[in-house]
Design a protein around this ligand. Structure first.
Ligand code: BG6
Length: 481
């Protein structure tokens, strides 16, 4: 399969926080890859800004180091040409220094995007200065990273700060999960095929499991993480987005607002979650390795590094179908998937084969992106009629061919900003609706005295999470199977 590259228009991308971790790890390598395949034009410009005083050459050296580390398959001649597009201006995000110089750099006829790869406390101030110094035009775009607030009140304040200077159609709130290839494929699977959609409802689906398991811990970012926890860091955004794409009604068109309208309806239909339907955990120390409490430096922390919860989407399509969500750090493997578990066949015609299990459609997000359908077949060979479960397995890597490099989410999302396509970005009301659902859940445990249950690193989470499923007569799919 050959991937098609449509070049975007010439652009000036101003990257705030350009020397930070995300810029070096994801955004700049992502842009390099788009340059390498010819999607980013040679006359596009990336203007890094940060507080540090350095010149273009010093910043290019920083970018070059990042790309060598995070895009190690780079080509030397192409990297040199890419670096020609890179410039730097020191700008004080909290003061007035640097803004007039930055303004002078921007071309009136290029697409203009401001990418705020900085903490949310700086969003409103930067938006205001872009506006006051006359850098923001009616066509320019502003991109903000997560976390988009830590509750409904802070998300509303961020929205108000951004909307004071930019229109909603100019604001791009990143949830990088939406840029993952398989996540977009979920929409293709559902809405470009006629096989699944008729079965995609409470009549045929028994339950859905959404898992985002990580093997790494929070060392190195304990200070941020301990103020956040798995509910705010992962469920409110990434897992809610996966749930939305799984549960939403078909939009009438594939346009940003049609898709986002349908997602908002799902979030608004989420029912409150009882505390008994939640399991929270913290990973323990093991074999001399630090545990969660050591990583965050607070022996009394009650923040969760793991959470599992049972969620109901209160609408006609999904009445009575539980969506089980779980995510955690230091688990057995890095593995993310959405598993749609269909109801068991209602009747068995085959003698002595035991209970027939329902089909399971698994959308694997990472690693080894693909789609698997668990089906039951006759166990091949003589000796009576026995049945076996087998997987119809489609790996994207195999289907696309070895020469197609899987795109990182950021590559796709940054190009969408330049194209002016907001489909894969969260709208302001969507972010607020997600917090409106999450806030009472968090308040529920904050009001209690329970501590997250300790779990072994390398396991699949705390015992309570297993019980959450067992109580319902179901089982989690194995992590790292
Ligand atoms: C980030 C979270 O948004 O997503 C991190 O803040 C998490 O805690 C990361 O590790 C996971 O992203 P990915 O793409 O590696 O699954």
């Amino acid at each position: 399969m050959v991937s098609r590259v449509i070049p975007v228009d010439p652009f000036d991308l101003v990257l705030f926080g350009a020397t930070g971790d995300l810029a070096q790890r994801k955004i700049l390598p992502g842009l390099y890859h788009r340059f390498e395949v010819g999607q980013m034009p040679e006359d596009a410009r990336i203007i890094g800004t940060a507080r540090s005083d350095m010149d273009d050459a010093a910043f290019r050296a920083v970018v070059q180091d990042g790309i060598k580390q995070f895009a190690p398959e780079y080509k030397t001649d192409i990297l040199a040409r890419f670096l020609d597009c890179v410039e730097y201006i020191p700008v004080d995000a909290l003061g007035d220094a640097g803004w007039p110089e930055l303004k002078k750099k921007l071309r009136p006829d290029a697409v203009r995007a401001f990418y705020l790869s900085v903490g949310p406390s700086l969003f409103s101030g930067i938006a205001q200065r872009l506006h006051d110094h006359g850098l923001a035009t009616p066509e320019s775009r502003i991109v903000v990273e997560k976390p988009f607030g830590r509750d409904l009140a802070t998300a509303k304040a961020l929205n108000a700060g951004l909307r004071a200077c930019f229109e909603e159609h100019q604001i791009y709130r990143i949830d990088h999960y939406l840029g993952k290839e398989t996540v977009q494929n979920l929409m293709a699977l559902r809405f470009a095929n006629s096989l699944f959609e008729p079965l995609w409802n409470a009549t045929h689906v028994d339950h859905v499991q959404i898992t985002v398991a990580e093997s790494i811990g929070v060392d190195g970012r304990g200070a941020y993480y301990d103020q956040s926890g798995a509910m705010r860091d992962m469920i409110q955004n990434h897992l809610v987005q996966l749930l939305c794409l799984t549960a939403m009604e078909p939009p009438s068109k594939f346009t940003p607002n049609s898709v986002r309208d349908e997602k908002v309806k799902v979030i608004e239909a989420l029912e409150p979650v009882e505390q008994q339907d939640i399991a929270r955990g913290q990973y323990k120390p093991q074999n001399g390795e630090d545990g969660y409490l050591d990583h965050v430096g607070d022996p009394n922390s009650r923040t969760e590094s793991y959470i599992a919860l049972k969620v109901h989407v209160g609408n006609w399509r999904w009445a009575g179908v539980p969506f089980y969500l779980r995510t955690g750090k230091r688990l057995r493997a890095r593995e993310s998937e959405i598993a749609v578990v269909f109801r068991d066949p209602p009747h068995t015609i085959f003698p002595n084969v035991g209970h027939l299990r329902g089909n399971v459609l698994v959308i694997r997000l990472q690693p080894d992106e693909g789609i698997t359908l668990r089906t039951t077949i006759k166990d091949p060979g003589p000796g009576g009629f026995r049945l076996a479960d087998v997987s119809l397995d489609m790996s994207f890597a195999e289907a696309l061919g070895a020469d197609v490099r899987p795109q990182d989410a950021y590559e796709r999302l940054v190009m969408d900003v330049i194209r002016g396509d907001q489909t894969l970005f969260m709208r302001g009301d969507e972010a607020e609706a997600a917090w409106a659902w999450v806030d009472p859940i968090i308040q529920g445990w904050e009001g209690g005295r329970d501590r997250p249950a300790p779990y072994d690193p390398g396991s699949s989470g705390p015992e309570d999470a297993l019980m959450l499923m067992h109580r319902d007569g179901r089982r989690w799919r194995q992590i790292g199977g």
